[in-house]
Design a protein around this ligand. Structure first.
Ligand code: ATP
Ligand code: MG
Length: 558
């Protein structure tokens, strides 16, 4: 982690040095429960929780549940699971809906102070009067309603006496404000929809700007950190606070940072929802999704996601971070932590002609060379071995260091073999490759032959002992580097990579039989894999998390 303080930390430092009490620093992470968290949210989570750690301050997990049309309990549960999985503990769990009564009472105060009025025009009439950034707006004909009339109508709205769209409550600020958001924004609307938590208690709901800042105030958040698109809202945020804040209380300070955008994918719950609902992915946790749950199922460790957003940095300008940086962070972490195993996916059979029939021997293989504590496992070696078809070429140029007739390779952790002869099937496909082994070349035996250098080392499995597994390999979900640029849903869907998933068979060494959902491995020479939750007792399924090397960048340069 870089030691340099990012601008948000500097802002807080400055507040503290100007006398803001350290003990009153408090943050919040305020997701709207209208979808699953994605990699962009990880940035917001890390910013808040990491600052909290630095200042020894609490973080509220607040569900911004003011729009019952889109919010669901499953999303609340998923969000909590994801934040915990990332390794963060919130100090309080709150819901903006808990504050509906207070927000309502404050709205009555606004009305009583002639700072809000009920507008009985349609939403399109209101929009028509908004004006433009270069021309002023028009006052609503209802702007002059008396306080009494406004209070009566607002109470009737609350009591359910009015239809959706018939009236709204608007703040009375100015239709001439340079900032369009200050041109008498709507703060309440009639919406006759059950809320997941407050059920049928409310038929009017507060708008985002009214609910958000006031929730920050209720919780006495000191620094309300959000993404740049809220910067123009800051003026309104402060205007609302000014109407209700008491002198001895903390007025939260809103500050904005750049969103995290990731190449070849989208970070918007709304758009991700379209992929789910359109059946373009198997669900929010499809391993190709940039959601926390998708990345987890794909095998990304929480540590890698956190390291990634920290590497991407905290800035005031938006940019698109290359997906290859995320993959790099995953490799770094997985290399340190994963169990090594051997799996062959597209096999060709090797028969070691000078190896005794029916004999098997145990090879002790290191579980993880990066971790001295990881110990060893037993791998069985015998007369019939499977290697990858692509690791053999009948005739090969000088640069091919794998198996070819007349040449030697080492079978990883085992013996050096020499390829002698190919036996063909009737259809001219290869039935087997006959090899001889050097009985004195066993790895780690200390013999002179064991130290003999050969150019290639291949992974392999004993044909007798290997068992079949399913391997799912993934490619980018979108072939477009920035699918967020799509103007329509159709355009977005047309940017999907149609070949983003490939299902293969694999032949695994017996050790892998112990795999359970979520276990991570390095399949040697192949990449990092994780056991998928769809695995059954009779069929194990592995998702490829990421390859050992950055093939993507290479592909781009070719
Ligand atoms: P989406 O468009 O995906 O629904 P949102 O901004 O509406 O995103 P919220 O649930 O309202 O999502 O966001 C919770 C917090 O996460 C907010 O503070 C928001 O600013 C932050 N956040 C959302 N997306 C990103 C992102 N891509 N990068 C950084 N922070 C983000
Ligand atoms: Mg939002």
């Amino acid at each position: 982690m870089s030691e340099k303080k990012h601008f948000l930390e500097q802002i807080i430092d400055e507040d503290v040095s100007n006398g803001f009490p350290k003990s009153k620093i408090k943050f919040r992470f305020p997701p709207e429960p209208n979808g699953f968290l994605h990699i962009g949210h990880v940035k917001a989570i890390c910013i808040n929780f990491n600052l909290a750690k630095k200042f020894n301050a609490p973080v509220v997990l607040r569900f911004d549940d003011t729009n019952p049309e889109k919010e669901e309990q499953v999303f609340i549960d998923a969000i909590k699971k994801d934040v915990s999985w990332l390794g963060f503990n919130w100090s309080e769990e709150r819901f903006a809906s808990d504050y509906f009564e207070q927000l309502y009472l404050w709205a009555e105060i606004l009305i009583s102070n002639d700072k809000a009025y009920v507008d009985s025009q349609s939403s399109s009439q209101i929009a028509d009067q908004k004006g433009t950034p270069t021309s002023v707006g028009l006052n609503s004909p209802f702007r002059g309603r008396t306080i009494e009339e406004n209070l009566k109508l607002f109470r009737e709205m609350k009591a359910g006496l009015h239809d959706e769209g018939s009236h709204v409550l608007r703040a009375k600020i100015s239709m001439n404000a340079n900032n369009m958001l200050l041109r008498d924004p709507v703060i309440y609307r009639v919406l006759k929809k059950e809320h997941p938590r407050t059920k049928a208690s409310w038929v009017i709901y507060p708008m985002y700007d009214w609910a958000h800042g006031e929730s920050d105030y209720i919780e006495q958040i000191s620094h309300s950190l959000c993404t740049l698109e809220f910067k123009p809202h800051r003026e309104l945020y402060n205007w609302f606070l000014k109407q209700i804040a008491e002198p001895n209380k903390i007025k939260p300070k809103q500050r904005e940072f750049a969103r995290l955008n990731l190449s070849h994918t989208i970070t918007s719950k709304r758009k991700l929802m379209q992929l789910v609902q359109g059946g373009h992915v198997s669900g929010w946790d499809d391993p190709r999704m940039p959601t926390v749950s998708g990345l987890r199922r794909r095998g990304y460790p929480a540590e890698a996601l956190v390291a990634f957003v920290e590497a991407a940095g905290v800035a005031k300008r938006e940019n698109i971070i290359e997906a290859s940086l995320l993959e790099y962070c995953a490799r770094e972490e997985l290399n340190k932590t994963t169990q090594r195993v051997m799996v062959v996916s597209d096999p060709v059979k090797i028969v070691i002609t000078n190896y005794p029939e029916g004999k098997y021997e145990v090879i002790n293989a290191v579980n993880n060379p990066e971790d001295p504590e990881s110990g060893e496992r037993e791998v069985l070696f015998g007369k019939e071995i499977l290697i990858e078809k692509e690791d053999f070429k009948e005739e090969a140029g000088k640069k091919f260091f794998r198996l070819t007739i007349g040449k030697e390779v080492r079978l990883k952790g085992a013996y050096i073999i020499l390829a002698n002869k190919i036996i063909y099937n009737d259809d001219q496909t290869i039935k087997e490759i006959q090899c001889t082994y050097d009985a004195k070349s066993k790895s780690g035996s200390g013999s002179e032959q064991s130290q003999r250098k050969v150019k290639g080392t291949l992974h392999w499995v004993s044909k007798t002992h290997a068992f079949e597994v399913e391997i799912r390999e993934y490619d980018r979900l979108f072939f477009e580097p920035s699918p967020a640029s799509a103007k329509t849903n159709e355009e977005l869907i047309s940017m999907l990579n149609k070949d983003s998933m490939r299902v293969l068979k694999g032949y695994a060494e017996p050790f892998l039989k112990t795999a359970i959902s979520g276990n991570k491995y390095q399949f040697q020479r192949k990449g990092y894999f994780v056991t998928d939750k769809e695995s059954t007792a009779t069929k194990l399924i592995f998702n490829k998390t990421v390859g050992l090397r950055d093939n993507w960048a290479k592909k781009q340069n070719n």
